[in-house]
Design a protein. Sequence first.
Length: 133
Amino acid sequence: MDVGWNRTAVIWGAQDRESGILYLYSEHYRAHDEPHIHVEAIKQRGSWIPGVVDPAARGRSQRDGTQLLELYKKAGLDLEPAVNAVEAGIFACEQLMYGGRLKVFTSLSNWYSEDSMRGFVPGALGKAFRAVP
């Protein structure tokens, strides 16, 4: 979960433990909404699903000074701070993509849009290739 006033983004995934394939199957992507709007959208996909949130969410909300992570947890979301090792995360994603172990549903238009901004060009379901300059 990446929270913010300009955009709050959440992606849902499930991993097949036998094959190691990670399936990204749903997304929430909204801007300029209060946390309770995001909480309701997230809970609709399964309030029992645990998640991680960008550690920057520990910062203060501009609107009322409430710590966003605590606000979301008090609203019933099962969240923990994510490990914010950016380069290691990019490497892990690249390994999944190039190994054919990341499958992304084509309905995740915002994921594909964000992904292409990071230098990846989406191909067929589960395939991504480094853009050629």
